[in-house]
Design a protein. Structure first.
Length: 737
């Protein structure tokens, strides 16, 4: 019966008791009055029970209220303790009456608890049934006993005990019913109180466990977020100080077998108890704590530290700094000692057993991360060593093989190689200038291989080999449906070259309408795919190459000046082959070996006359022309002596042999020459050739360029060769006269 239904039942009884139809006899009047008093007392008892949460206060207040309706000299509340197998007494201010030598089963309370029935008896009956118990309470002059069980649906809790010193005042049936109902309500209160206390204890335990897991997660996250050991130690030391509420946290790691060294101190103030890098004493107390087997936390109190300070300088330093409590926690992973964590407090007894266990669990979580950091540090050390060895080997290769495929020993080539080595380490844009076939792509490849991006790809794109309509898609990529034929998304070369290099050959042929987009990418390193709206970022290094005069194109408004300035950050002019004639024998031998090996031929002799004539040729196609000639010669050779066709050893009609051409003549396409200087130079060349452009003695042969190119430049600069030829004839006629 719940308290609410109990109250309804009481009110109903009271209402019946107040009916006027009852007989006015003395007995019939007194009985309802007593019943009304008891039910009124029960109502107050229920209110007291509902308002109290402490059992001793409950017993005290119940005793005061129950005296109004019951006769007793003692009112006791006894709860069963299963651990001790006896009753625990709650009493309102009197001394306990149960002696230590009396067993639980020797009293009436046990009978009521075991049988779940109310026990009522006088002193004579008590002496017969429980003589030892009755003897212990004889001095109290108790005559009547009443015990009611405290029971709920789930558990037997104990008993309530009433005793009276009035022999003729036995407890009648109404009073027993009143006691039983009161006991039922007290049992509900006791169970709810016990459940509440258990819930509070569970909540406290859950809170402690949650805080512990939060601390573990916080430290673990701090450890796994850092790969570098020093950064990790600074992170975890600061957090461990906060979690353990200690003054200092120091970490020692095993750098050498059997030797532990203190690591860098925490970033917080006053953490330098030990010098970073100093070893732990081999016979010291701290090192012995790190080698505990199995690994466990060891707490050293003030007295332990004082005794150890006599023999250990490390401990003496701790004591001198005011440290009164130390907790040593080994760091071990897979049966391997990694190091030691030393927690220090200035208060004695600051590290309890629970805290020590918590710190040991945290150390167990940190050990794998610290081991990974140690492995990472070792890998980084080996990687740096390999990188240094690689640099040394590359330096040797460069000195022996001249930047891999760039073969030669001429001063002109050495100047180019020095420029490549100088700019390679930076991320600056490089513009490679030179005639066709001089090896501009080899120079770009050498720049990429010597740069910090050598681990990633270098993508190449020839701007003149792709139609203008498709060049934008090749550079920036496109989205599906951007144009007819775009059936799927395509990533452009700029996006694919992220963290690598992008080589744009023939940059001078890029369409004028596409140049602003390229300029924006070079400035912002972001772009949109064709047909897309999302901005794509790409970190690539641009290496551009051209055989055209970009300054002239800027003057003719066929190339944007701002793009030219953005490309012309570090220009490198690759010299033509006729400026490095001393490299021709090396190149010939290299190409002969290359194609002889490919064609499974054995050619070990090159006639000196053939080599001399090859070195004297003008090579308008430069190294590409030389390579093609050698390949053709290897195909035509049947023996071990290279046989070059005689026709290939004679210059074409548009060229004359000039063993010592001037550098100014051959560098006419240099971007540093102004139009006025070029115009004056061309007029002088025409005057020296008698106004003739082509032919064996024409200006084109003297300048070492195709006649079509010279005609185009003369037309651009407004030079009329016929006028110069007429002037030369007049001057010649005047000189003959």
């Amino acid at each position: 019966m719940t308290p609410n239904t109990e109250i309804v039942w009481i009110i109903s009884v009271i209402s019946v008791a107040r009916q006027p139809s009852w007989a006015p006899s003395e007995v019939s009047v007194i009985a309802p009055i007593r019943a009304l008093a008891r039910y009124d007392a029960l109502l107050k008892v229920l209110q007291i029970i509902a308002a109290q949460r402490d059992l001793k206060s409950l017993v005290s207040k119940l005793a005061q209220e129950l005296h109004k309706v019951l006769e007793f000299c003692n009112f006791d509340l006894l709860l069963y303790d299963p651990d001790l197998d006896r009753m625990t007494l709650y009493f309102p201010g009197v001394q306990p009456f149960i002696a230590d030598y009396i067993r639980f089963s020797d009293g009436p309370g046990y009978w009521a608890w075991q049988n779940q029935r109310t026990y009522v008896g006088v002193i004579d009956e008590l002496e017969r049934q429980f003589p030892v118990y009755a003897e212990s309470r004889r001095d109290e002059h108790i005559k009547v006993f009443c015990c009611a069980p405290l029971t709920t649906l789930n558990k037997r809790l104990g008993v309530v005990h009433f005793s009276s010193s009035v022999l003729d005042r036995a407890y009648d049936a109404d009073e027993l019913e009143f006691i039983q109902r009161m006991a039922a309500q007290i049992a509900i209160l006791i169970e709810s109180t016990a459940n509440a206390e258990a819930a509070r204890a569970l909540e406290s335990e859950l809170t402690r466990e949650r805080n512990h897991l939060r601390d573990l997660l916080e430290v673990t996250n701090a450890a796994v977020s850092q790969l570098e050991l020093d950064d990790m130690l600074r992170e975890i030391q600061d957090r461990l100080c906060s979690i353990a509420r200690c003054r200092h946290v120091n970490v020692a790691l095993e750098d050498e077998p059997g030797i532990l060294h203190w690591q860098s101190a925490s970033s917080l103030a006053e953490r330098d108890l030990f010098v970073p890098g100093s070893p732990l004493a081999t016979d010291g107390l701290l090192l012995r704590g790190a080698r505990l087997s199995p690994p466990r936390a060891e707490v050293l109190e003030h007295n332990d530290l004082n005794r150890a300070a006599v023999f250990s300088q490390e401990v003496a330093n701790l004591v001198d700094r005011g440290i009164r409590t130390v907790c040593l926690v080994p760091l071990a992973s897979r049966d391997r000692l990694l190091g030691l964590i030393c927690f220090n407090w200035v208060d004695p007894g600051a590290c309890s057993a629970d805290r020590a266990r918590m710190l040991a669990e945290i150390a167990g979580q940190l050990a794998p991360s610290i081991e990974n950091a140690l492995v990472h540090r070792e890998v980084s050390r080996l990687r740096d060593r390999l990188a240094e060895e690689k640099l040394c080997l590359e330096e040797e290769l460069r000195s022996e093989h001249n930047f891999n495929e760039m073969i030669g020993e001429s001063p002109a080539l050495h100047r180019v190689l020095a420029q490549i080595e100088q700019v390679a380490a930076s991320d600056s844009t490089v513009l490679i200038l030179g005639e066709t076939g001089v090896g501009k792509e080899l120079a770009a490849r050498a720049i990429h291989q010597l740069s910090l991006r050598t681990g990633n790809a270098m993508l190449k794109l020839n701007c003149s080999a792709i139609p203008a309509g498709l060049l934008e898609s090749e550079l920036f990529g496109h989205e599906r449906g951007a144009f007819t034929g775009a059936v799927a998304r395509k990533l452009g070369r700029m996006e694919l070259a992220d963290r690598g290099s992008l080589f744009l050959d023939e940059i001078g042929d890029i369409p004028l309408e596409l140049q602003p987009k390229l300029l924006r990418v070079l400035q912002e390193h972001e772009f949109e795919r064709v047909g897309g709206r999302a901005t794509v970022r790409s970190d690539f290094r641009l290496i551009a190459a051209t055989n055209r005069n970009l300054r002239e194109m800027v003057a003719d408004h066929t190339f944007r000046s701002d793009l030219f300035y953005r490309l012309n950050v570090f220009p490198i002019v690759v010299p033509p082959l006729r400026e490095r004639r001393e490299d021709i024998p090396l190149l010939v031998r290299h190409f002969v070996r290359k194609y002889a090996r490919r064609m499974n031929r054995r050619i070990d002799t090159i006639p000196s006359e053939t080599m001399s004539r090859l070195a004297a040729l003008p090579w308008p196609g430069n190294i590409r022309e030389l390579e093609n000639l050698v390949e053709r010669a290897v195909i035509l050779t049947h023996g071990s002596v290279l046989a070059v066709p005689a026709a290939d050893l004679v210059p074409a009609n548009d060229f004359v042999l000039d063993p010592t051409p001037s550098l100014d003549q051959l560098a006419l396409a240099s971007p540093g020459r102004s139009q006025q200087q070029e115009r004056a130079f061309l007029i002088k060349a025409l005057e020296e050739s008698g106004g003739r452009v082509s032919g064996p003695n024409g200006a084109a042969v003297r300048l070492g360029m195709p006649r079509s190119t010279l005609f185009s430049r003369l037309q651009t600069l407004g030079i009329n060769p016929r006028e110069i030829r007429s002037a030369c004839r007049v001057q010649s006629w005047q000189q003959t006269r």
